[in-house]
Write a protein that binds this ligand. Structure first.
Ligand code: ZN
Length: 138
């Protein structure tokens, strides 16, 4: 059971909530017990979870800025001149995939835990997120 979610991003550090779309697909899949695997193709985007409220999202953006500052010097930029060395480092630190258990036909995420796509690239992108639900169909 696989689908693809699409998101348009702006080229800033976009952090987008995917939880309702993933949850809807899990429900449609008919799988009650199993897991859902999500993967974002591309070396400048990542998946994680966070409490999706503006304070926590801004805190995450600021923490990422401290870890891999936009204006720092990156060998990638010197080599390729695409200016997104920080984007690659940020994406690598966070990782491109996420697995969430499915119990009773629902995501086993916490009440305040949302699934988010992080796009770190320096230009707008159309992102694809592959979503696969695994488990016995009832
Ligand atoms: Zn690059």
């Amino acid at each position: 059971m696989r689908t693809t979610l699409h998101r348009e991003t702006t080229g800033g550090t976009d952090i987008l909530d995917l939880t309702s779309d993933v949850g809807r697909y899990v429900a449609e899949s008919g799988i009650r017990e199993g897991w859902v695997l999500m993967f974002v193709p591309g070396s400048t985007a990542a998946l994680t979870t966070i409490e999706y409220e503006s304070g926590a999202v801004h805190d995450l953006e600021r923490a990422i800025e401290r870890l891999a500052p936009r204006d720092a010097e990156y060998e990638h930029n010197l080599r390729w001149h695409d200016g997104n060395g920080y984007s690659h480092v940020r994406a690598a630190l966070m990782g491109p995939s996420l697995t969430v258990p499915v119990t009773g036909g629902e995501l086993a995420t916490g009440t305040w835990q949302q699934i988010v796509l992080c796009d770190f690239d320096n230009k707008p992108r159309t992102r694809r997120v592959l979503v696969e639900v695994h488990g016995p169909t009832s």
